[in-house]
Design a protein around this ligand. Sequence first.
Ligand SMILES: Nc1ncnc2c1ncn2[C@@H]1O[C@H](COP(=O)(O)OP(=O)(O)OP(=O)(O)O)[C@@H](O)[C@H]1O
Length: 341
Amino acid sequence: MSSTTRSGPAISVAGLTKTYRARDREVRALDGVDFSVEPGTVLGLLGPNGAGKSTTVKILTTLSSADSGTATVAGYDVAREARDVRHAIGYVSQKPGFDPIGTGVENLVLAGRVYGMSARTARERAGELLERFGLADSGRRLARTWSGGMQRKLDVAMSLMHRPQVLFLDEPTTGLDPEARADMWAEIAHLAADDGLAVLLTTHYLEEADHLAQRLVIVDHGRVVVSGTPDALKRGLSGDAIAVELADCSEVERASGVLSGLARVRELTRDLDTLRARVDDGGAALLEVMAALDAADLRLSAATVSRPSLDDVYLRYAGRTFASAEAASVPGGRAREEVAA
Ligand SMILES: Nc1ncnc2c1ncn2[C@@H]1O[C@H](COP(=O)(O)OP(=O)(O)OP(=O)(O)O)[C@@H](O)[C@H]1O
């Protein structure tokens, strides 16, 4: 059922741009995006709301077209060979794709028939996938009676009916409880490692990207701000991260002045009532920081020291924490603030 395999990366993207034009305004959704995904690996496309993730996925799944740049999926050009691309990919969108008043089997068979499978082959494949995802006992029940985690697995199973080589998962675990999320993580890892699929995963969850992706591409404002393996990105940040939260938000400016005078404090940034910095020997540095703030009569409500996390990577390259980027992108969200060291 799957299309012929062409050699090279499963996904290759170079210089993609896209501007949405409404009557009164223009939005530059993609501003020159480049990355590639190898077969058998998961690539995490990470960024806050409005960063350009869905636009990238829409172009790669042939649902939209780029203004400029090139992209191939499974070796096929998304603009010139859209039909071949569609047969080579599975796509699970943010919104549920199954019919709630169909059974699991009916949903799967219909998905297979859409891809031109015979009724018999589709039924066989549906049975295989229900087994594979641990859904066989519920296959004859209406999908609306399934749990959220089971419904999400049904969406993924439907996207796999025609044995695609490349799978696009747009925020696959949003809204799932922790147990269903862990279960879905195991399935996604299995699809890449054991079945050899290339998986492009968009996510808002840093820990999801850290857990699943062999490579990360962090986008913000339509540009790639950094890419690499999660470990390499974290290793690239030397030293520990310290964060101090002030009891009195109006004292942040003064506290920032105190900390920027300390020799071992680097890359000082301010995010609402919290000051963050990179330091060598985090434990000793935190004591020094707390002593300096105490001497200036500045009170803290919390203080932490930690090894670099993906949030620190994000802060370094996007200039703000992931949480504040998310908050800034929703109406009424709290805007970011920064202080240079
Ligand atoms: N059809 C459209 N018309 C106009 N602007 C759009 C359209 N689709 C997206 N945009 C804008 O393009 C930018 C990128 O949007 P996109 O949906 O790609 O981001 P995203 O990273 O997927 O965000 P989310 O996580 O919220 O899905 C945003 O500013 C968005 O408002």
